[in-house]
Design a protein around this ligand. Structure first.
Ligand code: BTN
Length: 346
């Protein structure tokens, strides 16, 4: 059965806490440029007009602005800034990421959730999204401040077949995905501070935490967690000087589910490209185009001794190439060192 203007495209998601019919109606509304006929939705689902009307009212109560026109049908005018399961599922057209989607209004950490689900056998591509995290975690054991309603916190569970030593490159794949998604939605320039911080106007808007469970030569699973400061207006004192949000930099509120959808879509695309060669050779150029320190002076804080040089880009395995004064190009591996621009955080 086809619904006019929508075609036979049905959302195909397994969702633990979403309403499949509502998700489909939302997806239909989104994919219809004009009006979605009430009668045709009834035929499609095999339900009464009253049932559809009830669903539309439920959506309106959740903050969706839906125009109803007699003899024409329904038209989605605007969406609330919610990160609900239905909101995300109805936007996704990915092949495998987010087909299994879990949304939490509140959770300890989406990375912890993803790891627990991985142990329980959750499939490749499982996506966990939260509106708030009680104990959000950053890199190197730091806290990731995760207040409700203003950011995106999400983790993707992957079960790759490549070697464990390649997994750290996925962090760069995610940074690229986030950078490109933000670029497509915001006017302000966006860049990446190698390896994985996404930066706007010299401050961090996104952090990525990649965790892995592996044995020699075999990955059980990888979890890539992403936190994006979207509409945040205030940060705690300790990070105020280095953290910012898309709203603070652009003055515009961003619909978080739209940003999440773009990141997930980009990530699936870039991840597939990465898997073709099991390295960054096909993504290197795009990544370097966003690299904030490209052709700039950097200081490399290396346990074996600090040095300075000019960052020239990354190679196919994600190492930062730093050209020293004597012309030697040093390959900097992210696990060992920290790199700073000579002036300030970036
Ligand atoms: C960093 O220190 O830059 C990494 C921050 C990663 C934060 C995200 S938010 C979603 C996921 N869950 C967590 O507990 N951490 C990651």
């Amino acid at each position: 059965m086809e619904v006019k203007g929508y075609g036979s495209k049905r959302v195909n998601v397994k969702t633990e806490n979403g309403d499949l019919m509502k998700i489909e109606i939302l997806a239909m509304l989104r994919n219809t440029e004009t009006y979605l006929s009430g009668q045709e939705i009834c035929n499609y689902f095999g339900v009464s007009r009253t049932a559809i009307w009830k669903h539309m009212n439920a959506l309106k109560e959740e903050g969706y602005e839906i125009e109803t026109l007699k003899n024409k049908g329904y038209k989605l005018v605007s969406c609330p800034d919610t990160l609900s399961n239905d909101e995300i599922s109805s936007r996704l057209h990915t092949k495998y990421i987010g087909k299994n989607l879990v949304y939490h209004e509140e959770t300890d950490s989406t990375n912890i959730d993803a790891k627990r689900m991985a142990e329980e056998g959750a499939p490749h591509g499982t996506l966990i999204v939260a509106n708030m995290q009680r104990t959000g975690r950053g890199r190197r054991g730091r806290e990731w401040q995760s207040p409700a309603g203003e950011a995106v916190y999400m983790s993707i569970l992957l079960r790759p077949s490549f070697d464990p030593d390649k997994a750290s490159m996925l962090t760069l794949v995610m940074a690229l995905s986030v950078g490109k998604a933000i670029k497509s939605m915001c006017q302000e320039p966006i860049s990446i501070k190698w390896p994985n911080d996404v930066i706007m106007n010299g401050k961090k808007v996104c952090g990525i935490l990649t965790e892995m469970n592996a044995e020699t030569g075999y990955i059980h699973y990888v979890v890539i967690g992403v936190g994006i400061n979207v509409n945040t207006t205030q940060f705690q004192d300790d990070i105020e000087g280095i953290a910012t949000s898309l709203f603070l930099e652009t003055g515009n509120k961003v619909i978080r589910a739209e940003l999440a959808e773009k990141i997930i879509t980009n990530f699936e695309l870039y991840y597939d490209i990465f898997c073709e060669t099991e390295d960054l050779s096909k993504l290197q150029q795009e990544y370097c185009a966003l690299l904030i320190t490209k052709d700039c002076a950097v200081k490399v804080m290396d346990p074996k001794g600090d040095f300075q040089g000019i960052a020239r880009g990354i190679n196919e395995v994600g190492e930062l190439l730093v050209e020293k004064e004597d012309g030697e190009v040093v390959k900097v591996y992210s696990g060992e060192v920290s790199v700073r621009g000579l002036y300030g955080y970036v």
